[in-house]
Design a protein around this ligand. Structure first.
Ligand SMILES: Cc1cc2nc3c(=O)[nH]c(=O)nc-3n(C[C@H](O)[C@H](O)[C@H](O)COP(=O)(O)O)c2cc1C
Length: 183
């Protein structure tokens, strides 16, 4: 069974993007093993502490190297990705051994799917920029399909995201496409 690592780009406890990930998890059941990345202890990247890698970064790289694919569920912050998500990808983009630019990084060739729940752009601007970033760091992005959810008023007032049938179908189709993409 393929292993998929879910990265939720929100640190908020009741995150809508975490709720979206939990919904996607249902559509992968029986076809892939899902794990959620806990990256709360990954420090801000700083070349003074880059080598040897801090324990949380070494663990992060180990987790990523052991997975077949990564599925990112993220909010959009100011038409882009959240800073902590960028920080994570910055760490993954660096060589494991100092100055060894010949050996592939752990993100190199890693298959990635993208989804997000947010405002009127349905996180489209964020995902567009993530494709650019992930391509630059040599990940293998599944550019289509992606799932973008525009949060409705109830989500904000109730704190709970209720997806439409159409949005559920889009997520299910993306889950199926990603499992194929991982073959
Ligand atoms: C710093 C900041 C910038 C934001 N900028 C955007 C934005 O550009 N587009 C958008 O749709 N929502 C924006 N938002 C709103 C969040 O994306 C929205 O609250 C999202 O649903 C939060 O997702 P979560 O529930 O998973 O944390 C911004 C929120 C913050 C904190």
């Amino acid at each position: 069974m393929k292993k998929i690592l879910f990265i939720v780009g929100s640190l908020r406890k009741e995150s809508f993007n975490r709720q979206l990930a939990q919904e996607a998890e249902k559509y992968l059941a029986g076809n892939a093993d899902v794990a959620y990345l806990d990256y709360t202890d990954v420090p801000f990247i700083n070349q003074d502490i880059e080598y040897p890698a801090p324990a949380a970064v070494a663990q992060l790289r180990e987790t990523v190297s052991q997975t077949d694919g990564i599925w990112i569920f993220t909010p959009e912050y100011n038409f882009s990705y959240p800073g902590h998500l960028k920080n994570l990808l910055d760490w993954l983009s660096r060589p494991v051994v100092a100055y060894d630019f010949a050996t592939p990084t752990v993100i190199n060739g890693k298959k990635v799917a993208l989804s997000g729940a947010g405002g009127q752009m349905a996180t489209g601007k964020c995902r567009e920029k993530l494709v650019e970033l992930l391509t630059f760091i040599k990940a293998d992005v599944m550019t289509e399909p992606q799932t973008g959810v525009i949060l409705n008023t109830e989500a904000w007032t109730e704190g709970c995201m209720i997806l439409t049938d159409e949005q559920r179908a889009a997520l299910k189709a993306q889950a199926e496409a990603f499992v194929k993409f991982l073959q």
